[in-house]
Design a protein around this ligand. Sequence first.
Ligand SMILES: [Zn+2]
Length: 80
Amino acid sequence: MKQDFCEYCNAELVNSEKLVTVYRHRKAQHFIFEGVPARVCPRCGERYFSAQVVREMDDLMKHPQAPVALVQVPVMALHR
Ligand SMILES: [Zn+2]
């Protein structure tokens, strides 16, 4: 892993990964990925994923497998 400083706040990134939950979408489809390994910035919380992990998520969105769960998501609008 070569990215050693957060590109947003410049804090030093630790070399260990946490498992995080990631929301992504492709075209009109929404996906939540659980147990995704990421380096998390200790200052601002920005998450960094390896190229391999990003590719795995991309592949799963292109060729979705049976999901482990389905959730309903409320869609909200601000009225102003
Ligand atoms: Zn940061």
